[in-house]
Write a protein that binds this ligand. Structure first.
Ligand code: SF4
Ligand code: SF4
Length: 374
């Protein structure tokens, strides 16, 4: 079966609001029959990644507000949400600074798994990771809009819709405070702590600076993690410039775990109750949780919309297989290779494995038809 993916072009035929990306997105939302998906009068999570401090290349608040207003017009009650990525209080402060707050968005911004990242409910993910706890604000919802800023990711390769609902929908911890039942499980399938290579370490302490749980120390210059405090987020490994830290999981297992995490979140909804919107804008090489905004690796490619997370991420990868790398970015000089998207080339891993695993477990279809919105 083929799914439909709408593609709003970033190009403008003239210098009028209607012909710009924002104007076209507004018109699209008016025409789209969003009320077919969203349950009237109910609260509706708009799942987003709010970004880290310094990561200013996220979805611009103007676009989020357009979705808020479209959902309100049904009528329904939208709220903008993500789970704990750094302590919730700090995350809300960062979000406010980035322009994500009730006043600018016209909807409340809430942390989906609560102030301590433990408000979560059990859901079945799949054979590899079993049961996980997902953020209660998503678990309890009847319909949802997933807004994804497309970017690269050292581990997942593509930060698309699947990764957004998986890593951002599975709670930081279970309500028992156990990382084995939360997001950390996806990163640590083959061990319970990072592997550190002392020979490679240059003692730059970047890992320590980026750790959200503040649980890394270097007594006698030895990388030491407080196992009880560690969230198993893997961020320390991702920032290490010398590749001295490794999370205990293979690429293949991680991709399957990401797909299963997405399944745990979507399976609590009735079919056709989730809309996915991918923003192929300001696409940086690493995740928005990093405290930086790197130069985009390719020119903006517009906005994709679908009710199928596999189709929308496959279309994203296909578009990113055709782009030229931008000078001055981390992808500068990378040559196109047939069937390889720019993030797979950059991170030297196969990003398509993520959508293949997702299709295998029935999350959606890699077979899609593009409907262009110029
Ligand atoms: S980021 Fe890597 S190189 Fe730097 S201190 Fe940590 S382990 Fe060592
Ligand atoms: S995985 Fe690394 S960055 Fe994350 S909490 Fe544990 S030590 Fe800190």
């Amino acid at each position: 079966m083929s799914s439909t993916v709408y593609h709003i072009s970033p190009h403008s035929k003239s210098f009028t609001y209607e012909n710009g990306l924002q104007g076209k997105f507004e018109q699209f939302l008016r025409d789209f029959e969003i009320d077919k998906y969203i349950v009237k009068d109910e609260t509706v999570p708009l799942k987003i990644h709010l970004g880290g401090k310094g990561a200013f290349r996220t979805i611009r608040p103007q676009f989020v507000r357009q979705v808020v207003r479209a959902v309100k017009s049904i009528p329904a009650k939208p709220f903008v949400t993500d789970s704990v990525r750094i302590p919730a209080y700090d995350y809300l402060e960062v979000a406010k600074e980035a322009g994500y707050n009730h006043l600018t968005l016209d909807a409340p911004v809430v942390i989906a798994d609560g102030m301590y990242g433990k408000e979560s409910l059990k859901s079945r993910a799949g054979e590899l990771i079993g049961d996980v706890y997902i953020a209660s604000a998503l678990h309890e919802a009847k319909s949802m809009v997933v807004l994804t800023h497309v970017k690269g990711h050292i581990q997942a390769v593509l930060g698309g819709a699947i990764k957004n609902i998986s890593m951002g929908g599975v709670s930081n911890e279970s309500h028992h405070g156990d990382w084995h039942e939360g997001r950390g499980k996806m990163h640590f399938l083959m061990g319970d702590i990072m592997e550190w290579d002392q020979e490679k370490c240059i003692l730059c302490y970047d890992c320590m600076k980026v750790c959200p749980a503040e649980c890394i120390t270097f007594p006698n210059n030895i990388y030491t993690v407080d196992k009880d405090k560690c969230w198993r987020c893997g961020r320390c490994a991702r920032v290490c410039p010398e590749d001295a830290i490794h999370v205990p999981v293979t690429h293949e297992k991680f991709m399957k775990a990401v797909a299963e995490g997405a399944n745990a979140v979507t399976s609590t909804f009735e079919p056709k109750r989730i809309i996915y919107i991918n923003f192929l804008t300001e696409m940086q090489p690493e995740c928005d949780c990093m405290p930086i905004a790197e130069n985009p690796v390719a020119q903006d490619q517009g906005i994709l919309i679908s009710d199928d997370p596999v189709a929308i991420d496959t279309a994203t990868l296909d578009i990113l297989s055709e782009v030229e790398s931008l000078p001055g970015s981390r992808a500068e000089g990378i040559k196109k290779k047939h069937g390889w998207d720019i993030f797979s080339l950059l991170h030297q891993k196969d990003g398509r494995l993520q959508v293949m695993e997702a299709e295998k477990i029935g999350l959606g279809s890699m077979n899609y038809t593009i409907e262009k919105v110029d």
